[in-house]
Design a binder for this molecule. Structure first.
Ligand SMILES: [Zn+2]
Length: 124
C-alpha cells in the first residue's frame, strides 16, 4: 500500500499534498507502518501543520469516512485519499465497454456532481 523503505516514504511525503498527508496520519494511521507515520508527521510539522490541526482534520473526517467489511477505510478510486461517498456504476473495459456494476468510492474532491456539497456547506 505504502512504500516500505523510509527513503521512499520521505520522498513520497515531500511530493504529496498536505490534505493527503493529513488523511494518512489520521484515517489510515492504523494500516500504516509506525515509521511511516513518524515521517509523515515530521513532514506536516515542517509545513507548519500543528498536532491541533491534525486532530481537527480527524474530527471533521472521521464520522464521514467509508469502511469495507473488515473495517478498513476505503480509498478514493481516483486519488487514494479517504473516501466519503460510494456510488454503484459500471466497470468499463478500457473505460468504454460496460462489463459489470461495482461500487466506486470517492473523496470529497472527486465525488460525482450529484453528491457535491451545497454551496452553503462549510469548507472541508
Ligand atoms: Zn479523490
Amino acid at each position: 500500500m505504502f512504500p516500505a523503505d523510509p527513503a521512499k516514504v520521505l520522498a513520497n511525503a515531500r511530493k504529496a499534498e498536505t490534505e493527503d498527508l493529513l488523511d494518512r496520519v489520521t484515517v489510515f494511521r492504523e494500516v500504516m507502518e509506525p515509521f511511516a507515520v513518524e515521517i509523515i508527521e515530521a513532514e506536516l510539522a515542517r509545513r507548519g501543520v500543528t498536532p491541533d490541526d491534525i486532530a481537527q482534520h480527524h474530527r471533521r473526517l472521521k464520522p464521514r469516512i467509508l469502511r469495507d467489511a473488515q473495517g478498513i477505510p476505503l480509498r478514493c478510486c481516483r486519488c487514494g485519499r479517504a473516501a466519503v461517498v460510494a456510488v454503484s456504476d459500471w466497470h468499463r473495459l478500457l473505460g468504454l465497454l460496460p462489463l459489470f456494476r461495482r461500487r466506486f468510492a470517492y473523496c470529497d474532491r472527486h465525488r460525482p456532481d450529484q453528491f457535491a456539497l451545497p454551496e452553503s456547506s462549510p469548507p472541508l
